[in-house]
Design a protein around this ligand. Structure first.
Ligand SMILES: Nc1ncnc2c1ncn2[C@@H]1O[C@H](COP(=O)(O)OP(=O)(O)OP(=O)(O)O)[C@@H](O)[C@H]1O
Ligand SMILES: [Mg+2]
Length: 264
């Protein structure tokens, strides 16, 4: 077994009396793309924030390539569920923010390239209040990708984007992940198809406190195309298994119909 690049070990988070993460442990292989799905409020964002070093109250150990993550770290970029843009900065200033903070300059023209990919060229001088929800999310993704991080944490980054843009952006995010060897990606999504298209592996949580009810590999070769995925023999059984597991641990252990033999 290879040494995992990201280790989450015995992590606990409680807010007042509520236990949200309870002895959570997960390992991630080098360069793995993992999706996390689960019902609303089960602790997905909390897990991502703990991994991103944004929760000082978290106990336990989180290691990226052997080095602890217990505070915001230049190796990690996060796309927040609720955008996290600076209202007083323009689109291009928001995208450049991570580089500025790290004292880095945009020598390779990454900002222009990402503004192009995210279809934000015409909005580069605009402020967040002038943008739609989908545009704000695209700014958040561009800002994170600009950093070329070792670990990318994506909290429902495409939930406010229309279906066509969403599909385009799924491929763009995948393309950038594929080009950047060793980058680990953790994606929280409520969209089962998105999880299947993007991921090497899918973790299903219920809670709170968050518990892993299913941890499966996606047995579909890359590169993937949406049409091809839907007709792949592994697609429907896997989708059924994910759906069943979202209903709770009992359903995950005894999935209905054909879903049991999928992706084990
Ligand atoms: N800062 C906080 N203080 C107190 N409670 C919190 C805080 N952040 C999250 N919680 C609670 O922790 C639980 C898990 O929240 P979290 O945001 O991690 O859920 P989630 O799985 O991301 O949900 P969603 O799918 O709706 O985004 C919820 O009950 C939430 O109310
Ligand atoms: Mg959330």
């Amino acid at each position: 077994m290879t040494v995992p690049s990201l280790v989450v070990e015995d992590v606990n988070v409680r807010f007042k009396q509520s236990v949200i993460l309870d002895h959570m442990s997960l390992d991630f292989a080098d360069g793995e793309f993992v999706s996390i799905i689960g019902t609303s409020g089960c602790g997905k964002t909390t897990l991502l924030r703990a991994i991103g070093g944004l929760l000082p109250e978290a106990t336990g150990r989180i290691l990226l390539h052997g080095q602890p993550l217990n505070a915001p770290d230049p190796r990690v970029a996060m796309v927040f569920q609720h955008f996290g843009l600076f209202p007083w900065k323009t689109v291009e200033q928001n995208v450049a923010y991570g580089l500025d903070v790290q004292g880095r300059t945009d020598d390779d023209g990454n900002i222009d390239r990402l503004l192009g990919i995210m279809k934000l060229e015409d909005a580069r001088k605009k402020y967040p209040y002038q943008l739609s929800g989908g545009m704000k999310q695209r700014v958040g993704i561009a800002r994170a990708l600009c950093l070329e991080p070792e670990l990318m944490l994506l909290d429902e980054p495409l939930s406010a984007v229309d279906a066509i843009t969403r599909e385009t952006m799924q491929y763009e995010v995948l393309g950038l992940w594929e080009r950047q060897t060793r980058m680990n990606a953790l994606l929280v999504t409520h969209d089962l198809d998105e999880a299947i298209i993007m991921s090497d592996r899918i973790v299903v949580l219920t809670g709170p406190p968050a518990r892993i009810v299913l941890d499966v590999r996606v047995p579909i070769e890359r590169p993937r195309q949406l049409a091809g995925i839907r007709s792949h023999p592994a697609y429907l059984p896997l989708r059924n298994q994910l759906w069943d597991s979202l209903q709770g641990p009992e359903a995950a252990r005894a999935p209905s119909g054909s879903s049991q033999e999928s992706a084990a």
